[in-house]
Design a binder for this molecule. Structure first.
Ligand code: CA
Length: 331
C-alpha cells in the first residue's frame, strides 16, 4: 500500500457495538488507530475507559492510547449514569455482563489535549489524513470545535454514528440514542459549519449480525473470539426481544467506522441538519428550515447501504483480529 495511512481517532462510549467498532478499526489496514477518546452513553465515561483498555489488551493492542473525554452532556450538572434500559441492552458493565480481565491499570490522558495535538499534527504534515469517528454522544466534538483552533480544517469530514432522518428513533419515536444523550452538542456540530457524514438508524438497521457469525467467532478458540461471541449474543438476545423483525443485532458503530474508511459503502443525501432541542421531538435530527436554500450542504446523510459488502468486510476484518489475538496472553 503506497498511500499514506490515515490516522484514526475513535470516540467511544464503549458498550457492545463500540467494541465491535474497535475490532473493525484494528482489523483495517487502511488506518492506524492513533487513540481512543472515551465518553459516556452506553456506560459512564470511566467505565468506557476501563472497557477500552481491557479490550485493547484482549485484542493484542495495548500500545493504543486511551483518553478521558466528556463524562456528561453540555448542559448536564452531574456525570452521566446510564438508565436501566441501557444497562439491559449493553449489560451493567457494557459488555453484556461478560467478565473481562485487565480492568484499568491506567490513568487516561486528557481527550481534549489529545485532539489538539492530533489536529496540530494533521495541519502541519503534508498529505496528512485524520479520521475522527464518534460513536457516542457528540459532546467531545462540540467541545473540541469550540476550543481547538483549526480542528474543523484538520478533521475534514467527520463520520459519526447517530441520528435518524427517515426512520423512527430508538429512544423515542423521534430520537436516536447518541443524539438524545446530548441534543445540544449534536446541534452545535450539525449547524456549526463542520462537514459531517451521518451514519444513523436509516442505514445501521440494515446491517445486521446473526448468531451464525458469533458461533464462528467462538469456534476460533481464542479468548477474544469467545468473549466477543458471548458479549454479542447478549446484545442479539435483546434485539430478538425488542426488534424481532431484524433477525439479529444492528451493527451501528462498526458501520460508521467502515463508512469513514470507505464512504462508497453508503448512498447519501446532501442536507443541512439541525436537532430539535425541546418538546416531544427533542433529539430529532431534521433538515434545518433556515438553511434549506443554502447551496452548500454540510452533511451527507447516509440513506442506503451496501449491507452485503459491508458484512463481508466486517466478517473479514473482525475475524482477523479475533483470530490473531490468539497470541495475546490470556492472563
Ligand atoms: Ca456507541
Amino acid at each position: 500500500m503506497s498511500e499514506k495511512r490515515a490516522r484514526l481517532i475513535l470516540d467511544l462510549d464503549t458498550g457492545v457495538d463500540d467494541a465491535l467498532a474497535l475490532a473493525y478499526a484494528l482489523g483495517s489496514p487502511e488506518v492506524e488507530l492513533a487513540g481512543v477518546v472515551c465518553t459516556y452513553g452506553n456506560v459512564t465515561m470511566r467505565t468506557a475507559v476501563r472497557n477500552t483498555v481491557a479490550l485493547l489488551e484482549l485484542l493484542g493492542h495495548p500500545e493504543v492510547p486511551v483518553f478521558a473525554g466528556a463524562d456528561r452532556a453540555l448542559a448536564a450538572v452531574e456525570p452521566f449514569a446510564p438508565p436501566a434500559g441501557v444497562a439491559r441492552i449493553h449489560g451493567k458493565n457494557g459488555f453484556g455482563d461478560q467478565p473481562i480481565s485487565g480492568w484499568c491499570r491506567c490513568a487516561p490522558g486528557d481527550g481534549m489535549a489529545f485532539l489538539r495535538s492530533e489536529a496540530q499534527r494533521a495541519l502541519g504534515e503534508k498529505d496528512a489524513r485524520l479520521l475522527y469517528v464518534p460513536t457516542g454522544p457528540l459532546t467531545d466534538l462540540a467541545l473540541g470545535l469550540g476550543s481547538i483552533a483549526g480542528l474543523a480544517d484538520a478533521l475534514g469530514r467527520v463520520t459519526f454514528m447517530g441520528g435518524a432522518l427517515v426512520v423512527p428513533g430508538n429512544v423515542t419515536s423521534c430520537a436516536e440514542a447518541n443524539v438524545a444523550n446530548d441534543p445540544a452538542a449534536a446541534d452545535t456540530v450539525l449547524r456549526g459549519g463542520l462537514r459531517t457524514r451521518m451514519v444513523g438508524l436509516d442505514v445501521t438497521h440494515q446491517a445486521v449480525l446473526t448468531r451464525e457469525d458469533t458461533a464462528a467467532w467462538r469456534e476460533l478458540g481464542t479468548p477474544a473470539g469467545r468473549f466477543f461471541a458471548d458479549m454479542t449474543d447478549h446484545y442479539i438476545a435483546v434485539y430478538e426481544e425488542n426488534n424481532p423483525h431484524l433477525g439479529g443485532c444492528a451493527l451501528h458503530d462498526p458501520l460508521a467506522v467502515a463508512v469513514a474508511i470507505d464512504p462508497s459503502l453508503v448512498g447519501c443525501l446532501a442536507a443541512n441538519l439541525r436537532v430539535d432541542l425541546e418538546g416531544v421531538t427533542r433529539g430529532r435530527t431534521v433538515c434545518d428550515p433556515e438553511r434549506l436554500r443554502d447551496a452548500r450542504k454540510t452533511c451527507e446523510v447516509a440513506l442506503t447501504v451496501d449491507a452485503l459488502r459491508f458484512l463481508g468486510e466486517f466478517r473479514t476484518r473482525v475475524t482477523r483480529v479475533l483470530a490473531q489475538a490468539r497470541r495475546t496472553p490470556a492472563e
